[in-house]
Design a protein around this ligand. Structure first.
Ligand code: DC
Length: 242
């Protein structure tokens, strides 16, 4: 068992866990693992080799993923020295990633790589199975939820900001279909509902805005000033899980 603390933040697509996890990592000076990016990179490596994710045997998919030369440098992601940071964010890559993510051999093949992110002073790991499978001994496990409607709305705004057309109705369908990868949260640790924990601020239109919410939640998770922080981490790591 490792003494290096891990904060696991799991949750469904578009729940905001990425923004929250990054803010927590920044706040604590911890390393950050976006495990979804690894699944996306594996899907990218397969299609780049001219192969189709749905016609390749599971063992071959696992092998390509194990052998891909994946590197994370200064928030950029490289496969064999090609910068794929933006390429893996495409809709197609996301869909392919969700197709291969159901394969147990692939999940097994990616474990070691994910474990290698656990380095001093600590790690904030974000994904679907961080607290259950990859870092079961994480000192703090959070499952960030939000209703499908809230998530579809978030996704809609993200796509609009990128100039991509979409309708909330279609996104809602997609989001509901995309997520049941067979991974469910089986730990009953800190279950946070985005709407409950975030502190929405009224905007000019009178609607609530979630723009600053991830920071608020990050504060909630990270807590305190520099002195309190180390005590807090120690207590998180040592404490009995609820
Ligand atoms: O979070 P994301 O959209 O970048 O994830 C891409 C795909 O990978 C998505 O279908 C969920 C899957 N995934 C997974 O199965 N396990 C993880 N730990 C992270 C992502």
């Amino acid at each position: 068992m490792s003494a290096i603390p891990v904060i696991a933040i799991d949750g469904p697509a578009a729940s905001g866990k990425g923004a929250v996890a990054q803010a927590v990592a920044e706040r604590l000076g911890f390393h950050y693992l976006d495990s979804g990016a690894i699944y996306r990179a594996a899907a990218f490596a397969i299609t780049k080799a001219g192969l189709a994710v749905d016609r390749l045997p599971e063992a071959d998919i696992a092998k390509i993923a194990s052998n891909m030369q994946l590197n994370f440098r200064n928030s950029e992601i490289y496969i064999s020295n090609q910068n794929v940071t933006d390429l893996i964010r495409s809709e197609e890559c996301g869909k392919n990633a969700s197709k291969i993510a159901v394969l147990p051999k692939l999940r097994q093949a990616l474990l070691e790589l994910q474990h290698s992110f656990r380095r001093v002073p600590g790690l904030v790991a974000e994904g679907r199975d961080m607290g259950t499978v990859v870092f079961p001994d994480a000192g703090l496990k959070i499952f960030l939820t939000a209703s499908a409607e809230v998530r579809a709305e978030r996704r809609y705004k993200q796509l609009m900001a990128k100039g991509i057309n979409a309708t909330i109705a279609n996104l809602l369908q997609e989001i509901e279909a995309r997520d049941p990868t067979g991974l469910r949260v089986v730990y009953g640790v800190y279950l946070l509902d985005a709407r409950e924990v975030w502190t929405p601020r009224p905007s000019e239109s009178g609607r609530t805005s979630l723009a600053t919410a991830p920071r608020d939640l990050a504060e909630f998770i990270a807590l305190g000033d520099a002195t309190a922080r180390s005590e807090r981490i120690a207590s998180l790591v040592n404490s009995e899980k609820p």
